[in-house]
Design a protein around this ligand. Structure first.
Ligand SMILES: [Zn+2]
Length: 106
């Protein structure tokens, strides 16, 4: 439960201004800069679990960043699952050969 920064009264997430002193609470919604998105994106992509935890923690103040982190986390998670399935089904040696071969092609 958040509190009004002006008077300390308890406010709910959907309130636009403090019911006690009337101070606008919209400023709470921080806008994330490019680097904020980039850092969150990298974390979420390589460590999807951490991405989900970050998204859960930021849901009140950063709804747009949260949605972005959730999408990237899901993409990262799917890629990890695909990679694990590839390793399980075709074997790590063959995967390294295929990846090595495709790198040599470029
Ligand atoms: Zn207040």
């Amino acid at each position: 439960m958040p509190f009004c920064p002006e008077c300390g009264a308890t406010v709910t997430d959907d309130q636009l201004s403090c019911p006690s002193c009337g101070k606008p609470l919209i400023a709470k919604e921080k806008k994330e800069g490019f680097f904020g998105y980039l850092i969150y994106g990298i974390i979420a992509f390589f460590i999807p679990i951490l991405g989900y935890i970050l998204a859960a923690l930021m849901k009140i103040s950063r709804p747009k960043t949260r949605k972005f982190v959730l999408i990237i986390s899901t993409i990262g998670l799917v890629l990890y699952i695909v990679l694990i399935l590839l390793i399980v089904y075709i074997g790590l040696d063959l995967l390294v050969q295929i990846l090595g071969g495709s790198i040599l092609l470029f």
